[in-house]
Ligand binder design. Structure first.
Ligand SMILES: O=C1C[C@@](O)(C(=O)O)C[C@@H](O)[C@@H]1O
Length: 250
């Protein structure tokens, strides 16, 4: 899957940096930091729930500003609701209208759609994204728990059948066994379904999934440049360095 100059699913997992500034000023600082670290990441994620307090116009002015400034990179638009560990407080209808606007009017390449939002909303957003040529990343997060392996596999399968291009699960592990379950699920899903998958275990115990997930088939790894967007996120520069150890011929 090639977006701009980045081939997702080939070689090392691609490093995604999450922009989480709450204000235009904080976003400017993140863009400046990214400018000086251009070789440390491959993809930009706009975590638009970080500026949840803005009105619709200001929200998209900022989204468009980031997309323009970072236009060399594939752009993921994400609005993470607080039910899934984000700052987003909008209703389901408002969520749909935000994502729909981003798909139709912003220069984004990938849209992150929370899979357990109302089925009808998810299906409509998927259809719109497909029509616009925006890649569909279906996601589920749980900042408290890790489901059983069979449940993770069922979620990957449902996501695949509903049309996801990239399927992403991110959970909080209770222990190392949960981390192993996430990696097993990624491994099996990558082999079973003809699409890209991501599996993240958050927190300290899960850091290994961010560094070594690619060995098991994970195509993206999320890091930060300024502020962590989730527990256990590693600085993008460090991530890139660690990923080098998995390169062949070294
Ligand atoms: O889904 C993810 C992964 C993430 O939760 C993480 O654990 O790095 C960070 C989020 O910004 C992103 O949308």
């Amino acid at each position: 899957m090639k977006i701009k100059d980045v081939t997702i699913g080939e070689g090392q997992p691609k490093v995604v940096v999450s922009f989480t500034g709450h204000t235009a000023e904080e976003i400017r600082a993140e863009i400046a930091e990214a400018g000086g670290s251009s070789d440390k990441f491959d993809i930009v994620e706009i975590r638009s729930d970080s500026f949840d307090a803005m009105n619709h116009e200001d929200h998209f002015a900022l989204v468009d500003h980031i997309a323009r400034e970072m236009s060399d990179y594939p752009i993921i638009y994400t609005y993470r609701t607080n039910g899934e560990g984000g700052n987003g407080t909008k209703s389901a209808a408002e969520y749909q209208s935000l994502l729909s606007h981003a798909i139709n009017h912003s220069e984004i390449d990938i849209v992150d759609i929370e899979f357990f939002m109302y089925e009808e909303i998810v299906d409509q957003l998927i259809a719109q994204a497909k029509e616009k040529g925006v890649a569909v990343l279906l996601s589920q997060h749980d900042f408290r728990d890790t489901p059983h392996f069979e449940d993770m596999m069922a979620t990957y399968k449902n996501m695949y059948e509903r049309g996801g291009d990239i399927l992403k699960l991110a959970y909080q592990p209770a222990d190392g066994r949960d981390v192993l379950s996430v990696l097993s699920a990624v491994h099996d899903a990558r082999r079973k379904f003809n699409c890209q998958v991501v599996g993240i275990a958050m927190g300290e115990a899960g850091k290994i999934t961010r560094v070594a997930g690619g060995v098991f088939g994970s195509c993206l790894t999320y890091g930060h440049l300024v502020n962590q967007a989730a527990p256990g996120q590693i600085h993008a520069g460090i991530l890139k360095e660690y990923l080098n150890i998995f390169e062949e011929d070294r």
